[in-house]
Design a protein around this ligand. Structure first.
Ligand SMILES: NC(=O)c1ccc[n+]([C@@H]2O[C@H](COP(=O)([O-])OP(=O)(O)OC[C@H]3O[C@@H](n4cnc5c(N)ncnc54)[C@H](OP(=O)(O)O)[C@@H]3O)[C@@H](O)[C@H]2O)c1
Length: 319
């Protein structure tokens, strides 16, 4: 349990919105208490995502102060009213209540809105890497309607959402062609994907590998300008292209997910993929771990699209 006598914690928080490097600071704040239907964890690991930098810029459209960190693992430390099935000390992973509290996962303590037990055999850092990548990949593949035997081109197999999407599509029995840089090309091939570099000539390369048009294309990389090529890859039909990374500012007609009203997050699948990860049948690669004080290094790598795996803060060095 948190020591109520000291009752403060370190957290990464913005007190006004702007460029992350300017507005994000390591603060000392009161340890939050869980409301009904929430639990508090002593955070062991918090994975960082491009979404964290969007939060710093005001993406959540709620007044600051606001915390960052959507992906967390740790030990249960306090339990809110109405919560059953979890005990103090249990190891869990999940998603903070980042709208309901002014701090989130990049904190010594976090209030979780979604949590699952860490399966036996799964490391706490690996567990923290799962939620956003698995949820986003599942949501987008299901919205596309990808089925066994179909072929999908995943643009950005080396992004962590893309790496998750490749594995999930393959586990469903789909054929996968992924664009990727050198970091994960070999691992993606070993998983069963056909891999080609992104960049010039990608349309022709992908269509040659597919022997025509794949059924679908999924855009996962934090770059603009790729959507017209993905439309060409699927024979000019923008409805066969899904993007959660570029929101089609040019009105091309591709499908997008992440900003729609009525979005249903796919947290229902997290337990299944955590179990697969514990069995060595699913993974989100960890690029580097950082102590909280070194968060600016992670920000720099992530913002420059050089993450090459998950960037994970370690909060509880003694755990
Ligand atoms: N809408 C939603 O619900 C939602 C949810 C989660 C994430 N997202 C968005 O999805 C995007 C990806 O997030 P993430 O966490 O998966 O990213 P990430 O892991 O941080 O992606 C970084 C990787 O992108 C790859 N990359 C760089 N330039 C590329 C290019 N031109 N084409 C393809 N890949 C390239 C690099 O891998 P290589 O080694 O292959 O070069 C790099 O390591 C972000 O824009 C994020 O905001 C949206």
């Amino acid at each position: 349990m948190a020591d109520q006598a000291s009752a403060t914690m370190k957290t990464l928080q913005v007190r006004s919105y702007g460029e992350p490097a300017d507005v994000l600071h390591l603060e000392e704040v009161a340890i939050p208490s869980p409301k009904a239907d929430r639990i508090r964890v002593r955070v062991h690991a918090c994975a960082l995502n491009p979404a964290d930098w969007a939060v710093c810029k005001g993406f959540l459209a709620v007044p600051p102060p606001r915390g960052i960190g959507f992906d967390v693992s740790g030990a249960v430390d306090a339990i809110g009213e109405g919560v059953t099935g979890v005990n103090i000390g249990d190891l869990v992973f999940g998603v903070p209540d980042y709208r309901g509290y002014p701090t989130a996962g990049a904190s010594e303590f976090a209030i979780l809105a979604v949590w699952l037990p860490v399966p036996k055999g799964l490391d706490l850092v690996e567990a923290a890497a799962l939620p956003m990548a698995v949820e986003t990949a599942t949501r987008s593949l299901d919205l596309l309607g990808l089925a066994a035997g179909q072929t999908i081109m995943i643009n950005g197999g080396g992004t962590m959402t893309g790496f998750a999407a490749v594995q999930i599509a393959l586990l469903r029995g789909a054929h996968v062609i992924a664009s990727a840089g050198e970091t994960f090309a070999g691992r993606l091939r070993d998983l069963g994907a056909k891999v080609t570099p992104y960049g010039d000539g990608m349309v022709e390369r992908v269509r040659a590998i597919a022997g025509g048009a794949p059924d679908f294309a999924l855009h996962t990389a934090q770059v603009t300008g790729a959507l017209p090529d993905l439309i060409k890859i699927v024979d000019g039909d923008p409805r066969r292209v899904m993007s959660f990374a570029d929101f089609d500012q040019d009105g091309l007609g591709v499908r997008t997910t992440g900003r729609e009203k009525g979005l249903v997050p796919r947290y229902d699948v997290l337990g299944r993929y955590a179990q697969l990860a514990a069995e060595g049948r699913f993974t989100i690669p960890i690029a580097r771990t950082f102590v909280l004080e070194d968060w600016r290094e992670a920000l720099d790598l992530s913002q420059n699209k050089r993450a090459h795996g998950k960037l994970v803060l370690l909060l509880d060095r003694a755990a």
